[in-house]
Write a protein that binds this ligand. Sequence first.
Ligand SMILES: [Fe+2]
Length: 431
Amino acid sequence: MIKLLAALLPVLTRTSSAHARRRAAAAARAGLFGAGALAVGWALAAASAARAQNPPPAAAGSNAPAAFAITHGPFLQAPSPTGITISWATSRKGVSRVEYRLESATQWQTNFPAHHGLIDADVTTHNVALAGLEPGTAYRYRVVSREIVEFKPYQVTYGATLASPEYGFTTFDPRKPAAAFVVLNDRHEKVEPLAASLAAVDWARVGLVFFNGDAVNSVESESQLYRCLVDPIVPPFATRIPLVYVRGNHDTRGKFARQLLNYFPTDSGRYYYTLQEGPVMFLVLDGGEDKADGSSEYSGLVDFDPYLHREAEWLARQIQDPAFQRAPFRIGLLHIPPANDPDPKFIRRKWLQDHLVPILNRGQLDLLICGHMHKYSLHPAGHEGRDFPLIIGGTETVIRGDVTREQIRLTTTDLSGRELPQLPPIQRRSR
Ligand SMILES: [Fe+2]
C-alpha cells in the first residue's frame, strides 16, 4: 500500500501547491484519511475533479436521503488584495477544498480549510479562505467536496466527490484608479423583491456588494440564511463578486444570531473592520441593537454597551492608520443611522451620533451609507453636526457608487429600475 501511495502522490502533486502537497503527503503518511485506500481515493479525486455533478435531490415523497450535492453557493466573501473566502454548503457532511489558479496560468493550486492543525471535516458548511494572492489579479476556482459516510477515530469512510463548475474572481487592488459598489439593505426576508433588485443591476465594473443589515427579521436557522440571503445572490453575482455583510439590529436577534459569523466570516473575526478597494477605504461598522441593553425585548441576553465602546475605540485608532489617511475617499457602512434626537426607547441613533460621529468627523469621512429606517432619504453634509453626507437606503432601493480618484458618483434606483433623487457627486477633499 505504501508503494501504491508513493506512486499516486505525484498525481496529486500535479494539481496542488507545494503547501498542499506537503499536507496531502503528510496526511497519506499518517493515514489521516483512514485506510490507505481512502487516501488513494482522495488523491485520485484531486487529480480528476469531476465537475458539475450536483446530483438532483431524492424524488419528492421518497424516503431516500438526498444525494450528496452542493446545495448552496459557492459565494465569495471577505475580499482583500491578497485573499478571499469561498463559502458553500453540501447536502451531507464531508471534507472540502478549493482548487484555484491564476487566470493567466494553467497550474492549479489547492487549499484545504484547516484550524489548529485539523482539516475541517464532517461538516456541511464550508468556508475556505485563500491567502497569498496577487492584488488586482484574476483567478479561476472550483470548489470540491467529498462526502464522509462514516467518521470513526481510526477509519473514515468516504463517499462521492463533487466539484463545482469553474468560476472566476479578481482580487482587490488599492492602486486601482476606480471602484464600483452596490448597497442593499433591510430586505427582511422578502426574497422576490431582492431577486428583482439584483436582476436590474448592471454588474459591469461592480467589485463588491454590501448587504447593509436586516436581511432577516431575526436569525432562526441555517436554512433561513440560505433561503433569504445566499440563494438569491449566487446566480446574479456572488460566485464572482464578493458579498460584504454588514450586521443590522435584526441580525442580532433570534436563537441562531450567534452563529452568523460561521456563515458570513470576516478576516478580522469581527463585524467591524476596514476594506480597501481602489480609491475607497470602506469602514464596515456595527450599530448593535436599537434599544438599550436592559430592554425587556432582549431577555437579558445582550451586552452591546461595552462592545460598541470598544468599536468606538477601534475606530479612533483606525482613522490614524496611514492606509486610511492615504485613501482618496472614506466611506462608512452602518445599518442604524446616527441622529441627534433623543428617544427614550430607541436610544441607538443618538448613541451613534454622540459616540461615532465625532470620530467620523475627525477621520474626515466622505460619506456614510445607512438603512434601518425603511425609507429612502438624503442628508447633506453639515446636517446635525455631521461633516459628511448621509444616505439612508429604503427597503427596495439599490444604491450604486462609482468612485474615481476625484469623485464619488451615486445612483439610487427603486424596484422598477427608476432613478431616485440623489446627492450631488462628492468631490475629493484636499486633506
Ligand atoms: Fe434595522
